[in-house]
Ligand binder design. Structure first.
Ligand SMILES: [Zn+2]
Length: 355
């Protein structure tokens, strides 16, 4: 086992007699969570990977091609704000100046890595995608679709594209009593109309979703007309994200003009949708079948490390495990029986790819 420069953990299983030249099949997920998160998002996928490899080796089977188990670092980005950190480093997709990002205590990513004994440059964790024959990520579903259908396993067809942005609406702070209603440039009233427009535009576009989850008003006093309003923007879709983004931009501009407030959008992250490899989807379907499950295809509305692997050109498959109680909360749950089915299905896929 080794830890790379981005703090990802790798366990390598090299077939006897091989010179480490043939590409590896990688299987895994992440171990970190969000503040006040649950025990299954991420960690269950790593455990399933360990269990699947263990079961194959216990049964006396040999790998003919290398297999690696990975536990990606900081998938949630809870500390430094960069989601999928470890896989971004491994697949060359870190945002600019990522290593200078700081946590709430002012510790940068580079400093945190050095505190672990690494050199502080996560970009050197980069893997050549040609070294990887395939990547498989088992993960809890984090939604109710499998539970609603009474099915333990599903396979992922696409991981949605995500745009994260920050919208700044500029109005004019004025006395709340002395400024007539027609003389105002109220930033919060403008922003409110924009939030409702985002909701309306995301509705009725298949799996598209649009969320404003944070909002700040300045100067923030009950007797002052809001002079500035900043809100977050989270837009996701497996198909048609660019169209949604274009329409949201146009609506924000139109509302700003009509209300005589300025508006600007800072794009913080723009990750394209990742349709997963057709061959790997078929393998996941057969793997589920091998444990008696007719697995449905699902779109993942959450981002996963798997998207970085697929976008780098590594044929990627994802197996969803039925979960209940939501996700990113201590209520999230999956049963031992379902986890065992997932590990068995994974072992089937690994045997196909590497034995
Ligand atoms: Zn996760």
């Amino acid at each position: 086992m080794r830890r790379d420069a981005a703090a990802n953990l790798w366990a390598h299983f090299e077939p006897a007699g091989s010179e480490g030249r043939s590409p590896s099949t990688v299987v895994g997920s992440h171990l970190d969570s969000v503040p006040e998160g649950g025990r299954f998002d991420g960690a269950l996928g790593v455990l399933c990977a360990v269990e699947a490899v263990d079961a194959i080796l216990d049964a006396g089977a040999r790998f003919r091609r290398p297999v690696e188990i990975v536990a990606w670092a900081d998938e949630e980005g809870a500390r430094f704000g960069i989601g999928l950190f470890g896989s971004c480093a491994a697949f060359g997709r870190l945002p600019d100046r990522a290593l200078e990002r700081r946590d709430r205590d002012g510790v940068s990513i580079a400093e945190a890595l050095r505190a672990l004994g690494e050199r502080g440059d996560a970009t050197t964790a980069r893997r050549d995608p040609k070294e990887l024959a395939a990547y498989i990520e088992p993960h809890i579903e984090q939604g109710p679709r499998l539970a609603d259908r009474g099915l333990p396993l599903g396979l992922v067809s696409d991981i949605v594209g995500i745009l994260h942005g920050r919208v700044t609406v500029g109005g004019r702070a004025d006395h709340a009593g002395a400024t007539t209603m027609t003389a105002r440039a109220d930033a919060l009233a403008g922003a409110s109309e924009m939030v409702l427009a985002i909701e309306a535009l995301a509705k009725g576009r298949g799996d598209a979703v649009g969320t404003v989850g944070e909002i700040a008003v300045r100067p923030g006093a009950k007797n002052v007309v809001p002079g500035e309003c900043v809100f977050s923007l989270d837009l996701r879709a497996a198909r048609g994200l660019d169209d949604l983004v274009r329409d949201v931009r146009a609506a924000i501009r139109r509302i700003g003009d009509a209300r005589r407030v300025t508006s600007s959008i800072d794009v913080l992250a723009n990750v394209p949708a990742a349709p997963l490899d057709a061959g790997m989807r078929d393998l996941m379907r057969r793997a589920a079948k091998s444990v008696g499950v007719d697995a449905p295809e699902l779109v993942s509305g959450a981002g996963h490390d798997a998207m970085n692997a697929q976008l780098a050109g590594v044929p990627t498959g994802m197996l969803f495990i039925r979960s209940t109680g939501g996700s990113h909360t201590p209520r999230e749950s999956a049963t031992v029986d379902d986890a065992a089915l997932a590990a068995d299905a994974l072992a089937f896929a690994l045997r196909e790819l590497a034995c």
